[in-house]
Design a protein around this ligand. Structure first.
Ligand code: DX5
Ligand code: ZN
Length: 215
């Protein structure tokens, strides 16, 4: 079954503990944490401290999406903070292979995130070494943007490679997910759906229905 990864980028940060506990209780499998540095993307969000703060309040998978450049020098901090999966954009650092090795040798899962301007052929060499691929269906940097249909071809391409080469990575879709775009992703091979504003911009008593409506 498809996994749901609420993105706390859209959560009410004054109530972050309650927000995470609510999506946890209502069935979310992952908690998606968008780390932005104001350099790789034109926005600044969280650092390892938020991962460390959330670790004791949920047993769900802490799914850290790094939108930072460089990457390598910060990896240990996210591992030590308690991340379960760390994904990064390979064009943001020249040491991608080494970064994947460091993450995996620390009992953590490694992922690659694909910016809309990056082709699958550019990241294909990492696919047998990683656990997750994030297909970005918006230009990274902000929540609440419109789903880019043009990126669906990448989901299809990844699913084909995964089947042909019998690889194990999960395909996660990130950006503009709602009950309609979720359907497109699911029929084309998605394993995990990130959803920020679709869930957290609504009333707390709707979270369960909203999460269920993505499955
Ligand atoms: C965008 C982030 C996304 C974002 C998705 O740069 O990587 O994870 O939180 O937000 P929505 O679901 O509102 O598009
Ligand atoms: Zn993200």
């Amino acid at each position: 079954m498809i996994k749901i990864a609420p993105s706390i980028l859209a959560a009410n940060l004054v109530d972050i503990k309650e927000e995470v506990e609510l999506v946890d209780k209502n069935g979310a499998e992952f908690i998606h944490i968008d780390v932005m540095d104001g350099h790789y993307v034109p926005n600044i969000t969280f650092g390892p401290n938020i991962v460390k703060s959330l670790r004791p309040i949920t047993k769900k998978v802490l799914d850290v999406h790094l939108m930072i450049s460089p990457v390598a020098k910060y990896i240990d901090n996210f591992i030590n903070a308690g991340a379960d999966i760390i994904s990064f954009h390979p064009e943001a650092d020249q040491k991608s292979t080494e970064i994947i090795k460091i993450i995996k040798s620390n009992n953590c899962k490694a992922g690659i995130a694909i910016h809309p301007k990056i082709n699958i052929s550019d990241i294909a060499k990492y696919l047998d070494a990683i656990d997750l691929v994030i297909v970005m269906t918006v230009v990274p940097g902000f929540g609440g943007q419109k789903f880019m249909e043009s990126e669906v071809a990448k989901i299809i391409e990844l699913k084909k490679i995964k089947n042909e080469k019998k690889l194990n990575f999960e395909i996660e879709i990130d950006g503009g997910i709602n009950n309609e775009t979720a359907k497109i992703c699911k029929t084309n091979g998605a394993d995990v759906l990130v959803a920020g504003s679709y869930i957290f911009s609504k009333n707390k008593d709707e979270y369960k229905n909203l999460i269920d409506s993505l499955r």
